[in-house]
Design a protein around this ligand. Structure first.
Ligand code: ME8
Length: 513
């Protein structure tokens, strides 16, 4: 059986989740559901990144202990998962014992292999982004990541990152698809070509972290701690032979573009040092913007995924996030665009197609239609067109092209609506009820096919539709499954209620300030 291991970044617990976090998690969920439908054994994990000076400071500001603080915010990320209908297999917190154990073991591996040494570090430290910068990297007195900096000197363990410069370049050459998209790969390569310095991987200026084995004055650098979560979830070190682990051999790390460097440089270097093969893919996407800037808590322009799910349902939010912006590009999150896509595709094109076909069968065919004995040329063309469109959609997901995939699904929906409008089953009620039923059966069968392709993105609505067609629906994309020869359509409500923009109180979905 094919296996795949899909991960989201683990999110910082310095603030509650927003649409940007929801996006990566939804992308991974769609990728996971899609692969399950193709018959893969899927492991899918997400979680929270809870250590570091920034979290310690946020907890101090809130007047509570870091543990209480992280428990509280981590819960907001965890509770969002069922709200977004996420099918993750694991939720990891870096404050868990299982993770601390893995990090300490991994540290020792790096140390025993001779890649860690004790030195001293001075530099400009960006607290918000947990990273040191040299004087010449600062921009207008701030770090290149935009955070405030302060000058610090501390004893510190180093990782011999410089030893990996050539190995990494060779690795990218041998694995040309390792970093997606190519633009990010080129950035990484030119960054490395400027020269890799050894990396400070411990801190002594705060306590909120995993203590370094045999030297508890130091805590492990938060990125080494955080990246190791991917191994913890995969059972390391009990499951020590990761190189022969079918999930590890096929691990896909989905990340926002700002953390590609950590995943594509540091992480494979750490792994190589420990004798573990690097991940299969680092798949990076662009940013959701709000009011023209990256949506982020520190800018105060975040949209709340809880609010969108409550008002419009998780299917609608999932669909919008994947359809609105080509994967990899930045995109603006706007309520107007959300409503317009919802109404035109979910409510009108798809919802209405299902409603009118099912309602018609219930009203004019006693709720039941039989497989036609005659297939006319029009029917055959409709069926093969839908089939070809859907078949062409499969590789698009494997290329992370979620918006084009959805375009294909929408093309198939449009074909079904056109077929119905052209065949006009309502005009045959009194003249040719057999042909009328044949048309309806053909429509139901194609709705079934199309809906399976829509399922990874809108699982709740899709399962409702599949269930109405047959209680024995199968969530597969591999075979050319045929539905039963007799279809009984049960009671069916409105799938997506049309949104009247004038009835939306924008304060309900407004960006939090
Ligand atoms: O970086 N648009 O955590 P984080 C799109 N803990 N995606 C966005 C986004 C936006 N405006 N804002 C956030 C960290 N994201 C580390 C990761 S992994 C070992 C450690 C998403 O809370 C996107 O996936 O800052 C981005 O990479 C991630 O949230 C950053 O989350």
């Amino acid at each position: 059986m094919n296996t795949i291991y899909i991960t989201t970044p683990i999110y910082y617990v310095n603030a509650k989740p927003h649409i940007g976090h929801a996006y990566t998690t939804v992308v991974c969920d769609v990728f996971a559901r899609f692969h399950r439908m193709l018959g893969y054994d899927v492991k899918f994990s997400t979680g929270t990144d809870e250590h570091g000076k920034k979290v310690e400071q946020s907890a101090n500001n809130a007047g509570i202990s870091p543990q209480t603080f992280t428990d509280r915010i981590s819960k907001l990320f965890r509770d969002l998962l069922p709200v977004l209908n996420i099918s993750n297999d694991d939720f990891i917190r870096t404050t868990e014992e299982r993770h601390k154990r893995t990090v300490r073991y991994f540290w020792k591996k790096l140390k025993d292999a001779g890649y860690i040494y004790l030195g001293e570090y001075s530099g400009w430290y960006d607290i918000r982004n947990e990273a040191y910068f040299s004087e010449d990297e600062l921009i207008n007195g701030k770090s290149p990541l935009g955070g405030n900096v302060q000058y610090m000197t501390e004893p510190c363990y180093f990782f011999k990152l410089s030893a990996f410069q050539d190995k990494l370049l060779k690795f990218y050459e041998e694995h040309p698809d390792f970093i997606y998209p190519v633009a990010r790969k080129n950035e990484v390569i030119s960054f490395i070509k400027q020269g890799l310095k050894d990396l400070a991987i411990s801190r002594t200026t705060f306590d909120w972290g995993i203590s370094v084995p045999d030297d508890p004055e130091h805590v492990v650098y938060v990125w080494l701690d955080a990246l190791t979560n991917y191994l913890t979830v995969n059972g390391y070190p009990d499951n020590e032979d990761q190189n022969n682990d079918p999930f590890w051999q096929n691990v896909y790390h989905f990340v926002g573009k700002e953390i590609v460097r950590f995943h594509a440089i540091y992480w494979p270097a750490f792994l190589m040092a420990a004798g573990i093969v690097p991940p299969k893919r680092i798949v990076s996407h662009g940013w959701w913007l709000s009011e023209g800037e990256k949506m982020s808590k520190s800018l105060g322009n975040v949209q709340d995924p809880y609010k969108y799910c409550r008002l419009f349902g998780s299917d609608a939010l999932r669909y919008f996030l994947l359809r609105e912006v080509p994967f990899g590009a930045d995109g603006n999150f706007s309520l107007d665009a959300f409503i317009s896509r919802y109404n035109s595709v979910l409510a009108n094109a798809y919802g209405n197609l299902c409603n009118r076909v099912f309602a018609f069968i219930r009203k004019h065919c006693n709720g039941s239609v039989e497989r036609p004995s005659d297939i006319l040329a029009d029917d055959a063309k409709f069926m093969s067109d839908v089939k070809n469109i859907l078949k062409a959609a499969i590789p698009l997901i494997q290329q992370y092209n979620f918006s084009r995939y959805l375009e294909k699904v929408e093309q198939a929906i449009a074909l079904a609506n056109q077929y119905m409008d052209f065949q006009k089953p309502w005009s045959l009620k009194s003249t040719d009820s057999v042909r009328m039923q044949d048309i309806l059966f053909t429509l139901v069968e194609q709705i079934y096919r199309i809906t399976k392709f829509f399922y990874p993105v809108i699982p709740i609505a899709a399962e409702k539709v599949l269930k109405v067609i047959t209680p024995k629906y199968q969530l597969t994309l591999v075979d050319d499954e045929q539905i039963a020869n007799t279809i009984n359509i049960g009671d069916f409500g409105v799938l997506f209620q049309k949104i009247d923009p004038s009835e939306i109180d924008t304060r309900d979905v407004m960006a939090d300030k």
